[in-house]
Design a protein around this ligand. Structure first.
Ligand code: BES
Ligand code: ZN
Length: 622
């Protein structure tokens, strides 16, 4: 109790210092002095040199616009060649401005310091990107679905926008933007902006994004993309060979938008389209405004993984509309989004589907907690200067964050909690927020209005305490309990694997079945499972992600060729890292095997994926 009280104090004491949690130690920018309010890009996409070349004009808002004398603008860059900087000193009059680039930092890149004659309204920067830009993947035709045209896509979150545009790369700053993009003719350019369903591949495109966004939501993709509508305001962009399968799998997108609007108010971004990328896309999905980027690995034929779309769509409220001010408060983006995602799934696919997904997610969280140090098990993370913001990308932010909101929902009831959450989105729309902002809102709008339901100490245990609070009620699912029973019958020899009726199992049931297998399962037992269910070679990444590590640990070598093929084909970090990790932990022979496969696969991986696999294999080097 004493401990909880101390936690309660520390969580709420920070309210008084609200501004400090908003500070972003992962950016060189000084938003308290000056902010970018609009950005005009003019870029050429050059596949031959794998570079973007062009200009950006930043419109600036100074905190103290009347102050006279020289001024400085500090921007974030990473591997950018800065060719010229100009300041606007009058209507249409530009004057050269001196600039320096700071020392490169492995994670933060280099600061660009621009010396200005005064608090000018705009600066113009001519620059080009590096072929190794961490936020861009340049793909040769051979790695695409058509095999005929090259393809480019960006991934700016968390701090990779600075590798393709010099800007204030912090989620505490929002700007509108416009862009002119020139590509080879025949290729389509798309951005996190006003993509037109009827656009023709002329090679010269103009975009506008009138709603202000943080830098990590800046996005571009270029390729042989075709469009099919799902509804008047939603549709799918993809390479032709995947388009129809994607349209079938994601047919419920409009129903999901409508379900979210019914809960949390109007969709504020006009269109909502999906862009299906090649399997090397390093994430499941990325919530780029108006155009979520999506891995093709969730197109499994039975819609069992479309919660990914619910997730990226949910970000249109939690994350894109109401944005974490710094990556320390990542749970405000991802925990809220995982909560909203599950509400959408429940509405569109039913309570049992939603429950199964929660059981699987909560098991994943428990597993993740086993290997995280206590200070990283909290929702409101401490500042980590010099650290990588992507270290916050784990189940604590996502699933513990979601579970906290489920806890509040259970205590206050949906009649109260749903309007509360809607009000949070409404009152903070197009703003960046901290955990302290949420705690203040929570106390004012929920705890104080409904006294006696939840205590400060209970809240503090979720926000600032490690592990799972004892107020966490685990999700349950009847279908997954049936899976448990079947697994037990098989392990106890009461049935053969073939004797289990799996004819109606969907992904979550397979995942749950595999996760419940004992650690000492033998290769012989896996042979029986594989014979009955043909898991080796599965096209389903969620199953592959669990099955292959089990085969590695049991020494079931029959799975190796398919395992290697999977690692060569898929670049989604979440799916392949567990397999590399299992190999790296197993034996020297397995490590050699892992390095060989990585060497073959690396050219097709995104720079982000390549770096994480490399780091994992280096950590296990003999
Ligand atoms: N915004 C994230 C992806 C992300 C997080 C990229 C941090 C870079 C840094 C996206 O919304 C996401 O959470 N994707 C998940 C899918 C989801 C269903 C859990 C993923 O990619 O696995
Ligand atoms: Zn997310």
């Amino acid at each position: 109790m004493r401990l909880l009280f101390a936690l309660a104090l520390s969580a709420f004491a920070t309210v008084a210092l609200a501004s400090s949690r908003a500070d972003d130690e992962h950016s060189h920018a000084q938003p308290q002095l000056v902010r970018i309010t609009d950005m005009a890009l003019d870029l050429r996409v050059d596949f031959a040199t794998r570079t973007l070349q062009g200009e950006v004009v930043h419109t600036l808002a100074w905190a103290d616009p009347k102050a006279t004398g020289p001024a400085e603008l500090v921007l974030d860059t990473r591997d950018l060649a800065i060719e010229r900087v100009q300041a606007r000193v009058g209507e249409g009059r530009w004057q050269r401005a001196a600039f320096t680039l700071g020392e490169p930092d492995e994670i933060l890149g280099r600061r660009l310091v621009i010396s200005l004659p005064g608090r000018v309204e705009a600066v113009r920067i001519r620059y080009r990107t590096s072929p190794e830009a961490s936020g861009l993947q340049w793909m040769p035709p051979a790695l695409t679905a058509t095999g005929r045209q090259p393809l480019l896509f960006s991934q700016s979150q968390a701090i990779h926008a600075r590798s393709w545009v010099p800007l204030q790369d912090t989620p505490s700053v929002r700007f509108t933007y416009s862009a002119r993009v020139r590509t080879p003719a025949g290729l389509m350019a798309l951005m996190s902006a006003d993509n037109r369903p009827d656009a023709q591949p002329t090679g010269d495109y103009r975009f506008r994004m009138p709603q202000p966004i943080p830098s990590y939501l800046l996005a571009i993709a270029v390729g042989d993309f075709r469009f099919k509508p799902l509804s008047p305001r939603a549709g799918i962009w993809a390479e032709a060979p995947v388009l129809d399968r994607a349209v079938a799998e994601f047919a419920d997108t409009e129903a999901m938008i409508a379900a979210t609007e019914a809960l949390y108010g109007p969709y504020r971004w006009e269109r909502y389209d999906l862009l299906i990328l090649p399997a090397s896309f390093p994430y499941g999905g990325m919530e780029n405004p108006r155009l979520s980027f999506i891995t093709p690995t969730v197109i499994v034929g039975d819609k069992s993984l479309v919660s990914l779309i619910a997730h990226e769509l949910a970000h249109s409220w939690s994350g894109n509309l109401v944005t974490n001010a710094s990556w320390k408060d990542f749970w405000l983006n991802e925990g809220f989004t995982s909560y909203v995602e599950n509400r959408i799934v429940e509405q569109v696919f039913g309570a049992e589907q939603a429950a199964m997904e929660n059981v699987v997610a909560q098991a994943g969280l428990r597993e993740a907690l086993r290997s995280l140090p206590p200070e990283r098990q909290v929702l409101a993370l401490p500042a980590t200067p010099g650290g990588d913001p992507e270290d916050a990308t784990n189940d604590v932010a996502y699933i513990k964050g979601q579970w906290f909101l489920i806890f509040l929902e259970q205590r206050f009831g949906r009649e109260v909690f749903d309007p509360f959450l809607r009000k949070w989105f409404d009152e903070h729309a197009f703003k960046s927020v901290t955990t302290d902002d949420f705690l203040a809102f929570l106390r004012r709008e929920l705890l104080a209005k409904h006294p006696g339901k939840v205590s400060d100490a209970e809240v503090a245990a979720w926000i600032a305490g490690p592990g799972l609070p004892d107020t966490a009620v685990p999700a349950t699912s009847a279908r997954l309990e049936a899976v448990d029973a079947a697994r037990t019958r098989w392990l106890e020899g009461q049935t053969t694997a073939r004797g289990i009726d799996t004819s109606r199992w969907i992904t979550q049931e397979w995942v749950h079945f595999l996760e419940g297998l004992p650690a000492d399962i033998s290769a012989q037992q896996l042979l029986e499972i594989d014979g009955a269910f043909r898991l080796t070679g599965t096209a389903n990444g969620e199953i592959a992600q669990r099955w292959y590590p089990i085969t590695v640990r049991a020494g079931y070598f029959e799975a190796r060729p398919a395992l290697a093929q999977f690692l060569r084909k898929v670049g989604r970090r979440k799916l392949i890292l567990p397999i590399y990790r299992a190999l790296a932990e197993q034996s020297e022979g397995d490590r050699v095997f892992a390095r060989q496969v990585f060497q073959q696969a690396a050219p097709g991986y995104h720079p982000i994926t390549r770096a994480s696999v490399q780091a994992l294999l280096d950590a296990r080097a003999p």
